[in-house]
Design a protein around this ligand. Structure first.
Ligand SMILES: Cc1cc2nc3c(=O)[nH]c(=O)nc-3n(C[C@H](O)[C@H](O)[C@H](O)COP(=O)(O)O)c2cc1C
Length: 171
């Protein structure tokens, strides 16, 4: 499939970034494993796609260290973070590199070696069904193979460049 992105206009890109900063999103750490080991990245570009089959999409920058391992292994895990995980976000978005990122947090591995965060709100294990290159990113569509839930829903949110916990309007 070919990329189909028009020449970028700087003002439009700025406006786009500003608009997207106003979209509150649950922070995740997406993980993968390849022959070189464990890989993980903080990410918010995650969306459910369909229930039949259960599937999700993630958008991963082609320059990110996670991009190659997902492509070559054909599998990834989306770990939905809770408020307690806020300290992991900078570590998984550039402060640490490679396997060092896993030194913090309660990480475990499946039988096939996929890393997952034991106390994530949810860990969603996916097999890549389709890869769509688009602009700077690839969209990986994954069919869900397994799900692990932990504790109560307490999403860690990202908005305007900061981390938040969610509050019910009834509070
Ligand atoms: C809250 C947050 C959300 C992010 N979401 C995404 C995302 O959805 N996709 C992406 O490619 N990078 C995303 N990033 C950026 C990557 O986490 C960051 O570039 C990371 O360092 C990946 O590059 P590296 O593994 O090569 O260091 C996000 C960063 C933060 C802090």
């Amino acid at each position: 499939m070919t990329d189909c992105v028009a020449a970028p206009d700087a003002a439009l890109i700025d406006a786009f970034k500003n608009a997207m900063r106003r979209q509150a999103s649950t922070v995740t750490i997406i993980t993968a494993r390849d022959g070189s080991g464990r890989h993980g990245m903080a990410a918010t570009a995650v969306s459910s796609v369909s229930t039949t089959p259960p599937s999700l999409l993630i958008c991963v920058n082609k320059s990110a260290s996670l991009h190659g391992p997902i492509g070559s292994s054909g599998a990834f895990c989306i770990n939905l973070l809770s408020c307690d995980h806020h300290a992991l976000v900078p570590l998984f978005s550039g402060k640490l590199k490679g396997d060092e990122r896993f030194r913090n947090g309660d990480w475990a591995e499946t039988e096939t070696g996929m890393p997952y965060l034991r106390d994530a709100q949810a860990s969603i294990f996916c097999k890549v069904a389709q890869t769509v290159p688009y602009g700077s990113h690839s969209i990986f569509i994954g069919t869900v193979e397994d799900i692990q839930l932990y504790g109560e829903a307490a999403p860690l949110l990202y908005q305007e460049g900061s981390l938040f916990r969610s509050h019910s309007l009834a509070c």
